[in-house]
Design a protein around this ligand. Structure first.
Ligand code: FEO
Ligand code: CA
Ligand code: CA
Ligand code: CA
Length: 658
């Protein structure tokens, strides 16, 4: 297997071996619920987002007003299955796209031009690889201090003027800061060889990871990077700081070079109402390793999938920070797996790892403001049989900000339990729980080992929870991408760390779930409570054979009109490339907007304030192999493919998705 396949394989290996079995007594899938869902779905083109089932199951006060929804929400002509078969990208005929910001282009025009072989000196001033989550922060007023953002800090971007109070009308639609994650790139792709042969090789790889902060502008429809002090690279060796309850915890200290450095495997993202970006560290374990044959993983290390071989990056051979057996860096691995806050408008600010949100293989961190004004963060832990988490700030975020406190530093962390009757509970992960107080010495240790805390309270092991989004009606959507190890009957699997019951549960009812599903729920107390009511709105396999065919949902994003954008990462059926679709949960219509190239996944969504420009990413085109794809260069050119962003506009200038 190539390194990408290895990455996927290792990502798939369950490291949750909990003996707890939250659904041990519920080994059957509620087929009644499932049939209700199917009956409730409006079959449009053979598949649909089932929407009515939620209301049928409802006993909470559901948000049935469906603000802003209408039947004409998705008017475009979809990309057909035949058109979406590759090898080149395809887009709806009413739309157009262009590829921008590829790996290796300079972050500023004055920087070093792309050329191979890569060097660390070049890569440090160039866009990284593995384009994933991102967000666009508009610069509203060319004359204002701090690029017009001050007026918007501490207001809700979507509801209090972000869209209308620009100093110059429309200026923010053409001028902004794009925060762009660089999840990963294999040695084969970046170095053009399987293993690093020097510290220089390792540095190149490290500098290709992390994220880019790019000041970009559009002139005559062409987006380019700017010569701007805002633009910077953040990578595996960038100075960072910790905040929150575990800030000074012993588990985060090293005896050698205690400086906190770097972020890695930056997957999906979030953005806050106070104008900052959240970048999330997912499969950090893959970069650690050791050649010391006497090394043995601790239970904490095993729970996070740390192994002597890692994912084959072999950074540890030249950088002792990533050698698991080096006692001077004994806690380096604990410094990864966090949600990291970045200020797009202050290029000298250090990124901050927010420990109150807990440590896991963080897919994303979706922020929503609760009815009582608190910052609520939804986070998927993307591993087979791992969990969904929620953080709720202790007080309304504006009050905390006004008193100089980050809303992400003090609050309550929860893990989700999906009950068989369609209700759900957010299980508090704190020292107030006697079970957790007995298991952890303090809250800091609990947060560093938040997976283990969730094991102990009986959270529901999921089918690889990826992105979460909150629709304008308040409903929360979660993409469970797949889990081929899910079994129909009870199967206790003893692997790294602990044992897990692989049996289906009502929220993950598909044995050998190769194609994934989407769960939706309604929160109690306007998102700040500890109850919810959930249902499954679609099983991807039910779309197969139809024009709406998709598999392995990963990226999911609700726009302010209620459209649900779904992006895929996995083997598509019916001959399709990985893709982006748009769903209308009211009519049930799903339409395909864009398809990628062989080997790639489609991930990441950002929009300008008027939503007439959308940015998405083509990650690992051709898996780095020119024989599979040279995208964005011409197919067959022999050029090494480059992860890049794709700018999507509608030919008539309309809102994307309409
Ligand atoms: Fe980085 Fe789970 O996708
Ligand atoms: Ca990926
Ligand atoms: Ca993902
Ligand atoms: Ca994925």
């Amino acid at each position: 297997m190539n390194q990408h396949e290895l990455h996927d394989y290792l990502e798939d290996i369950p490291s949750n071996e909990s003996g707890n079995r939250p659904f041990e007594e519920v080994l059957h899938v509620s087929m009644g619920r499932r049939n209700l869902l199917k009956a409730g779905a409006t079959l449009a083109g053979g598949a649909a987002f089932g929407f009515s089932a939620m209301a049928s199951a409802g006993s909470l006060t559901l948000h049935n007003a469906l603000l802003g929804f209408n039947q004409q929400l998705i008017g475009f002509t979809p990309v057909t299955r035949a058109q979406g078969a590759g090898p080149n990208p395809a887009i709806s005929p009413e739309y157009q796209y262009s590829a921008v910001f590829p790996w290796g282009d300079p972050i500023k025009p004055s920087g070093p031009a792309y050329s191979l072989p890569m060097t660390s000196a070049k890569q440090e001033e160039q866009i990284g690889i593995g384009h994933d989550g991102m967000w666009y922060f508009p610069i509203l007023d060319p004359n204002a201090s701090r690029f017009g953002w001050d007026a918007l800090r501490d207001s809700d971007p979507w509801t209090s003027g972000y869209l209308s109070e620009s100093g110059v009308p429309g200026y923010g639609d053409l001028n902004g800061v794009l925060c762009l994650n660089h999840e990963y790139g294999t040695n084969a792709h970046i170095l053009r060889k399987a293993n690093p042969e020097s510290l220089e090789d390792v540095r190149i790889s490290q500098l290709a990871h992390g994220m880019s902060v790019l000041h970009i502008k559009s002139v005559n429809g062409v987006w380019t990077t700017q010569e701007s002090s805002l633009s910077r690279r953040i990578h595996v060796n960038t100075p960072m700081e910790f905040s929150g309850p575990a800030k000074n915890h012993p588990m985060l200290q090293n005896t050698a070079n205690n400086e906190i450095l770097g972020t890695a495997n930056n997957c999906a993202n979030g953005y806050t109402p106070w104008g900052t970006y959240l970048t999330c560290e997912e499969n950090f374990n893959g970069y650690f390793g050791t050649d010391n044959t006497t090394w043995k993983a601790s239970s904490n290390q095993a729970r996070y999938g740390l192994t002597s071989g890692g994912f084959g990056y072999s950074w540890h051979k030249f950088d002792p920070r990533f050698d698991l057996a080096n006692p001077a860096y004994a806690n380096e691995h604990n410094r990864f797996g966090w949600v990291v806050e970045v200020d797009p408008f202050n290029p000298t600010s250090k990124p901050i790892k927010r420990t109150a949100l807990g440590r896991r293989k963080n897919e994303g961190a979706t922020v929503h403001v609760s009815a009582d004004g608190r910052a609520v963060v939804y986070m998927g832990d993307d591993e087979r049989f791992d969990y969904v988490f929620k953080f709720v700030s202790a007080e309304p975020w504006q009050k905390m900000r006004a008193s100089g406190e980050s809303p992400l530093d003090r609050g309550t962390l929860y893990a989700a339990r999906f009950n068989d009757n369609g209700t759900g509970d957010w299980l508090e992960l704190s020292m107030a729980n006697p079970v957790l107080a007995a298991a952890f010495p303090d809250i800091g240790a609990l947060l560093v080992m938040s997976r283990a805390a969730a094991d102990l309270v009986g959270a529901t092991p999921m089918d690889r929870p990826e992105w979460v989004t909150v629709a304008p009606d308040g409903r929360v959507y979660l993409a469970c991408t797949n889990n081929s190890r899910r079994t129909a009957t009870t199967l206790a699997s003893v692997e790294t760390g602990r044992s897990i019951n692989r049996a289906t549960n009502s929220a993950n009812p598909t044995p050998v779930n190769n194609d994934g599903h989407i769960i939706r729920w309604v929160e109690s107390r306007g998102h700040s409570g500890n109850k919810f009511e959930w249902d499954i709105i679609i099983f991807a396999k039910d779309t197969h054979g139809s024009e709406a065919s998709f598999a392995s949902p990963d990226g999911i994003w609700a726009d302010p009109d209620g459209r649900i954008f779904v992006q895929t990462d996995g083997d598509q059926k019916d001959g399709l490339m990985n893709q982006m679709l748009v769903g209308d949960p009211v009519s049930g219509v799903i339409k395909r907007l864009f398809t990628g190239v062989p080997g790639c996944e489609i991930t990441g969504i950002a929009v300008t304030p008027n939503r007439k420009t959308m940015f998405i990413n083509v990650q690992h085109p051709g898996d780095g192999d020119p024989a599979a794809s040279s995208f964005p260069a011409a197919r067959g050119s022999g050029a090494v493919p480059r992860d890049c962003t794709v700018v999507i506009t509608k030919k008539d200038g309309g809102v994307i998705g309409s």
